[in-house]
Ligand binder design. Structure first.
Ligand code: CDP
Ligand code: CDP
Length: 220
């Protein structure tokens, strides 16, 4: 029997780290929906798409294929590995306005549902438990304090050799959370039946163990 685990929450709060670890331990497929919106954003930036122009958005969406490399899960945009490029602040600064466009969401949600129909999945994002899979077997809503999230994201960007300043990262996280929570279509919000996991004071292994304990309690 296949199962769906939905993980939503704020920017850089540990969703994908948790989702990846749980998928690995459970033998489920992991799907990073944030990477999908980031790929759309990169494509729109490269094509200089005017996001106010519905026709231009529809045209660009018809020429775009987003997928993942089997095994590594690297982001694949029209067959090109763009994993590093989609994580830059250039893409992070533009992604929330792009992800607020209803036509973009319709295309991504349809693909996410197809990916989730193939077997057991752990999917992370902003609207997985509320919109993509409202019937998910387990819904987690992850949070952590903004200062902690900023430090963690800064460390990640620094490790890839491109460390922007702290204020720029904090501002990007705050601004994305604001746009994501207030957009009309599928805003970021906790599903009524989601379990909140605040990991501000939890190290990675304790955090993952919390998630795994909840997953093990899913009736088979
Ligand atoms: O990893 P981080 O928390 O920084 O962001 P992400 O999960 O890669 O998502 C990037 C952006 O994509 C978010 O800020 C949202 O604007 C958008 N997103 C969305 O609208 N819906 C989703 N299911 C996932 C991401
Ligand atoms: O997917 P999302 O943007 O929500 O966050 P992430 O990329 O999974 O996590 C951001 C960073 O926080 C990663 O480097 C994680 O290893 C780190 N993290 C941590 O150090 N302790 C936790 N309890 C959760 C995440």
């Amino acid at each position: 029997m296949s199962h769906t685990i939905a993980i939503d929450g704020y920017s850089a709060c540990g969703k994908s780290t948790l989702a990846k670890a749980m998928a690995k331990q459970l033998g489920y497929r992991y799907i990073d929906t944030g990477a999908m919106y980031r790929m759309v954003t990169l494509f729109f930036q490269r094509q200089s798409v005017d996001i106010e122009d519905e026709g231009a958005v529809a045209g660009a969406l018809s020429g775009l294929e987003v997928d993942f490399v089997p095994g590594s899960n690297d982001a694949l945009l029209n067959g090109e590995n763009v994993e590093a490029e989609i994580r830059t602040l250039t893409v992070s600064r533009f992604v929330s306005p792009v992800a607020a466009i209803p036509a973009v969401r319709r295309a991504m949600v349809a693909q996410q549902r197809r990916m989730g129909a193939d077997g057991s999945v752990v999917m992370d994002g902003r609207d997985i438990g509320t919109v993509v899979f409202p019937e998910a077997d387990l819904k987690l809503f992850v949070t952590a304090d903004l200062t902690i999230r900023t430090d963690r994201r800064l460390a990640e960007l620094g490790a890839s050799g491109k460390a922007p300043d702290r204020a720029a990262v904090a501002e990007n996280l705050t601004e994305r959370d604001r746009i994501d929570s207030t957009r009309a279509d599928s805003p970021l919000k906790q599903a009524e039946d989601a379990i909140v996991l605040d990991n501000s004071a939890l190290d990675l292994s304790a955090f993952i163990e919390r998630g795994m304990a909840l997953a093990r309690a899913i009736p088979s």
